[in-house]
Design a binder for this molecule. Structure first.
Ligand code: AKG
Ligand code: FE2
Length: 396
């Protein structure tokens, strides 16, 4: 590592190794590494190249005012179905969330990350179980795993009492919890509306998805992602490719855009998502409930050399004990997905991730469908790797 006079702090990452033993790894806080000129070796991973977005691609924002109105609703639902199927995500406008609340979210998030490391640590713990909550980093499961260029803060904002007894809410800024909880309360209404719109958009009953989201026991996990400037964005990733273990994820980004990428038709594209606006990502549970008519997106986060980037993700998840499966709409359907208990699915999701391809969802697919999907996925992955290999400059 480069010589630097300033102190580099470390997160402790605990994991159970292949022999069932508890291991602790020290992972540098990337916020402290941001001033380095070279990328430390354990962050190097040669991400696949980014492809330019084809000129005829449309990624228009979904106008929630039209979804709420009478006249434009049908055509907006059609647009919602098209964009969701093409991208596995969409941006929203006219959502009605108070801009002041969003501004406060940005301020408390920046306020927290501006604190010295020890102060951040003093009010927030790091938890291995309970979904990796607290201040720290993404799941690290082995010493050889390339590290993500990210510091993050994770907590549960719902159900009520989910974080009782845990130190996951920063005490500084003093209004952190209050601000995030206010945002989550309003965001839940938007997410409920979108669950209904998505069901209608694929010709299901309005309540087909939202029926699973009990106000008292559904979960909303909050993850604040901070990507400081990185010396080699071409060799590092902010978040490794993954799907979200949610039905929907509502994302706010600020300070810069151009960090989120999605794998679309076997190409990695930078999502044309403007800074300071909201994006909705489709997670694994919506794929299962829609019997694959809507697919969870395979996405990743890139880093940039000259700017910070923050994102705040709200993961909307049905109650842990709930059994979900393909929703029936009166017509007989060929079910490709099985019923799964939400908590069991998530246990599997956290156990297998990270994976090279979209593997976690196979847990919810019928065995023959999973077999076919795996063969197709592996062939596509191999093809992408070969294209990437050909593109890479050859050593002289
Ligand atoms: O930072 C982003 O835009 C993506 C974050 C993300 O994918 C996640 O938190 O699951
Ligand atoms: Fe994600």
């Amino acid at each position: 590592m480069e010589n630097t006079d300033e102190v580099i702090n470390y997160h402790e990452s605990k994991f159970i190794d292949q022999n069932g033993l508890l291991q602790t790894l020290k992972i540098p806080v990337v916020q402290d590494l941001a001033r380095l000129k070279t990328l430390p070796r354990n962050f190097i991973r040669n991400p696949a190249a980014t492809d330019p977005i084809p000129a005829d691609t449309l990624f228009e924002a979904i106008d929630m005012a039209k979804l709420r109105g009478e006249s434009g609703r049908v055509s907006e639902l059609r647009k919602l179905a098209r964009i969701s199927k093409e991208w596995g995500m969409f941006t929203i406008e006219n959502h009605g969330l108070d801009p002041w609340v969003l501004e406060h979210v940005k301020n408390v998030v920046k306020g927290f990350f501006e604190l010295p490391f020890e102060e951040k640590k003093s009010s927030v713990g790091t938890y291995m179980s309970t979904d990796n909550m607290g201040y720290g980093r993404n799941f690290v499961k082995s010493e050889d795993q390339p590290l993500d260029w990210i510091d993050r803060l994770a907590m549960k904002a719902a159900p009520e009492g989910a974080t009782d007894g845990l130190c996951v809410w920063p005490k500084n800024p003093a209004n952190f919890r209050q601000v995030i909880e206010k945002y989550v309360k309003a965001a839940r209404e938007v997410l409920d509306e979108l669950l209904q719109a998505l069901a209608e958009a694929i010709s299901l009953d309005k309540g087909a998805f939202s029926q699973y989201f009990d106000q008292k026991s559904s979960e909303i996990n909050v993850r604040v992602n901070y990507y400081p400037p990185c010396p080699r964005p071409d060799l590092a990733l902010g978040i490794t490719p993954h799907t979200d273990g949610s039905a929907l994820t509502l994302l706010l980004q600020f300070e810069s855009s151009n960090g989120l990428q999605v794998c679309k038709d076997n190409q990695w594209l930078t999502v044309p998502w403007p800074c300071n606006t909201l994006l909705v990502n489709l997670g694994d549970f919506i794929e299962i409930m829609s019997n694959g008519r809507l697919k969870s997106s395979w996405h990743r986060a890139m880093t940039q050399s000259d700017t910070d980037r923050f994102s705040v993700a709200l993961f909307y998840i049905p109650p842990a004990q709930m059994e979900i499966g393909p929703v029936k709409d009166g017509e007989p359907i060929d079910e490709e997905y099985k019923k799964v208990v939400v908590g069991e699915y998530l246990k599997h999701f956290y156990k297998v991730n990270p994976t090279a391809t979209k593997e976690a969802i196979m847990f919810a697919k019928r065995a023959d469908v999973a077999h076919r999907s795996r063969i197709k996925m592996k062939a596509e992955h191999l093809k992408m790797m070969m294209v990437e290999h050909q593109r890479r400059p050859k050593p002289r």
